[in-house]
Design a protein around this ligand. Structure first.
Ligand code: G6P
Length: 371
């Protein structure tokens, strides 16, 4: 197995650095570059008439759940589709009220074997709902049982903490949201061209972003001393904050929480002191001003702010954040995919700094096939 790691110390590190390729492959499978359109791969991709769908349910566990939380914004914005996301273990026991007419249940899973997600899929089928699954393992139970399979082409993921599978899930879901938006006539042909172009630019932007590795390793030395870390984000970056906190917990064992920036005043601000790093995931988009005022509130309470943004965001924040990570400019549509990389690198380097078993963190399993 050591050989398969190539020049990397850990599978997690190798998989983080594979993302320009794994995302590029996934995007390639969902887009027609010449025509600048989305074309869903796989047999029966036309089985879903998006113009007939009235409710989309997205069900998953762990990191895959956070992919659905990002996609929720995309399906609402691009396709005007009412969405409900759920954790599979909650969904399956709740006897949820489902829209059987026009309801589509979409499951997201790297392994395709997560017990709760599989049980939720079977439940939806019994209820007569149409089902689709975004899966990384094409031979898995979830792939076999769903009506429609939407593959991610991340390749085998060995590190227990999911990285390249997550960004591949996001890339696939973004493409599906564009396709749904076109079918539902919620986005114009011009908008489709812009969004497809943004997706195809992603691998190159990911490569540039990965050059921040050294800088992030530097920042991780201080963070490794913290006992709590807070991650904040707004809009599509709120689920990225949740995923950032999950990644850090999983591999470094440091307690971390993700919150929507706007919730700061409703509790988490009480936790702020000099000892608590606060990571802001905030590109310079339409919500940046709001994030900046949250950031200033944290800094005013002597919180140690780490801003992850772009050139304009870093400039606007000035000297207020203690540290800054500056990503290349990108289309806001794909920003949550790009901003996943620095939070993965941060978790990885903090874990290395702490000397944990990065690829096999204590108590965790790659695939939870029992309840
Ligand atoms: C486990 C893994 C996570 C993963 C989750 C869901 O908890 O450690 O990395 O996100 O299961 O797995 P799935 O294979 O369904 O995506």
């Amino acid at each position: 197995a050591a050989a398969e790691k190539g020049n990397y110390r850990h599978f997690m590190q190798k998989e983080i650095f594979e993302q320009p390729d794994s995302c590029g492959r996934t995007i390639g499978a969902y887009t027609n570059i010449l025509r600048q359109t989305v074309e869903l791969p796989g047999e029966g991709a036309d089985a879903i008439d998006w113009s007939e769908i009235k409710h989309l349910y997205m069900i998953a566990c762990g990191t895959a759940h956070y992919a659905t939380r990002v996609a929720e914004y995309w399906f609402e914005q691009c396709a005007g589709l009412p969405v409900k996301t759920d954790i599979a273990s909650e969904f399956r026991y709740r006897e949820p009220a489902l829209a059987k007419e026009g309801g589509l249940a979409l499951f997201v899973s790297q392994s395709g074997e997560t017990a709760d997600t599989l049980a939720a899929l079977r439940y939806c089928k019994e209820q007569g709902l149409k089902t689709a699954a975004v899966v990384n393992v094409p031979t898995s139970s979830i792939a076999r049982e769903a009506d429609l399979v939407l593959p991610t082409l991340a390749g085998p993921e060995i590190g227990v903490a999911s990285t390249k599978a997550f960004t591949a899930q996001l890339a696939a879901l973004a493409a599906v949201a564009i396709s749904a938006g076109r079918a539902r006539e919620q986005i114009s042909r011009d908008a489709e061209i812009r969004l497809v172009r943004a997706l195809t630019e992603l691998p190159r932007l990911m490569s540039t972003t990965l050059q921040l590795d050294e800088r992030i390793a530097e920042l991780s030395r201080d963070m490794a001393k913290a006992s709590d870390v807070i991650y904040l984000g707004r809009g599509v970056h709120y689920p990225i904050a949740l995923e950032g906190a999950l990644k850090l917990k999983e591999v470094s064992y440091i307690h971390a929480e993700g919150y929507a920036s706007g919730e700061l005043k409703h509790g988490p601000i009480a936790l702020i002191d000099e000892e608590t790093p606060v990571v802001f995931v905030a590109p310079f988009d339409g919500l940046f001003d709001k994030s900046l005022s949250n950031l200033q509130e944290v800094a005013a309470r002597r919180g140690e702010v780490i801003l992850i943004s772009d050139a304009a965001g870093v400039r606007a924040a000035g000297e207020t954040p203690a540290s800054r990570i500056e990503l290349p400019d990108c289309d806001p549509f794909i920003a949550p995919i790009l901003y996943s990389l620095p939070i993965q690198l941060l978790a990885y380097h903090v874990a290395v700094e702490k000397g944990t078993d990065v690829d096999q963190p204590r108590n965790l399993a790659k695939s939870v096939t029992v309840e």
